[in-house]
Design a protein around this ligand. Structure first.
Ligand SMILES: [Zn+2]
Length: 289
């Protein structure tokens, strides 16, 4: 949805003094044109949208599309060509981006790396799954937007603060509810949770690094070995993915298969982050009990 352009208002002040009229015409400055903000995938969209507020924010990777292996489209090139600002996660997550930005030939484009000043864990890009690092990402996006459009500083600051406060509350809740299970070890088939595990003293044992439709017998054997070695308490699959192999594997191992959300899919509502992270907290808590 495009935001409605405000009408240019011309304030007319008429002062009536005695029998004489004096006019002073005050022309208000036209509103600053909104930045064209383009984001790469959902968490970047949510964070940027939360900071920007009413104005439109675009997303290059449509929700529901596989993010890790994403291939750019001509529409992506033209979106970047018209944009003022591009918000990315960084840490080499958006591998399609360099070539796409080059093709767009937009010399005015400002790129915001949401992971600036974040220390990567073994080059893993999934920083948004740690609420504390998510705060840092929101702050980086806020600062980048302020630099690109200082006229909107107050709005960006207010909006970012609201979102950051919710992230702080979420972090407190994670701490309170997970501190009882300090050695809880889990197995994931998507290496998405090292930051989350690190933050809350859990242990992720990623067996198969990239989600696959088919697990090979070697993958299955690795999983069995890992479960035994680490006395893992749970196997996590992706929500909405009906993986029969994982299901069978978890039954063989007498572990429940639970959906843990890497937040790479979802709705466009910035509040979806909190909804999905609350669901993840419940799953982790139950699995670790
Ligand atoms: Zn991922």
């Amino acid at each position: 949805m495009r935001s409605q352009k405000s009408l240019l208002l011309i304030g007319l002040v008429v002062a009536l003094t005695g029998c004489n009229y004096s006019y002073s015409q005050v022309q208000q400055p036209s509103p600053a044109p909104e930045l064209k903000v383009v984001t790469t995938f959902l968490p970047m969209y949510w964070f940027a949208k939360a900071v920007v507020g009413e104005a439109q924010v675009e997303i290059l990777i449509p929700p529901g599309t596989e993010v890790h292996e994403y291939q750019a489209t001509p529409a992506n090139v033209s979106a970047i060509a018209k944009a003022n600002v591009l918000v990315k996660n960084g840490i080499n997550f958006e591998q399609f981006l360099d070539g796409t930005v080059k093709s767009a030939q937009n010399s005015q484009l400002k790129e915001i790396d949401a992971s600036a000043n974040i220390e990567p864990l073994a080059g893993n890009p999934h920083v948004w799954l740690d609420p504390v690092l998510a705060k840092q990402q929101v702050a980086n996006i806020r600062d980048g937007l302020i630099a690109a459009n200082p006229k909107n500083t107050a709005t960006y600051q207010t909006n970012a603060t609201t979102y950051i406060q919710k992230l702080e509350k979420l972090d407190t809740e994670y701490k309170q509810r997970l501190q009882k299970y300090p050695t809880c070890t889990f197995i994931s088939f998507h290496d998405a949770y090292p930051y989350l595990a690190n933050r809350y003293q859990l242990k992720q044992v990623a067996v198969v690094e990239i989600p696959e439709d088919q697990l090979s017998p070697t993958d299955v054997q690795k999983a069995i070995n890992a479960v035994k070695q680490y006395k893992a308490k749970a196997i996590f699959g992706e929500p909405g993915v009906d993986n029969k192999l994982l299901k069978a594997l978890s039954q063989d191992l007498n572990l429940t298969l639970q959906p843990l959300d890497s937040l790479e899919t979802g709705t466009l509502d910035p509040q979806y982050y909190f909804k999905a992270m609350q669901a993840n907290l419940k799953v982790l808590e139950n699995a670790c009990k």
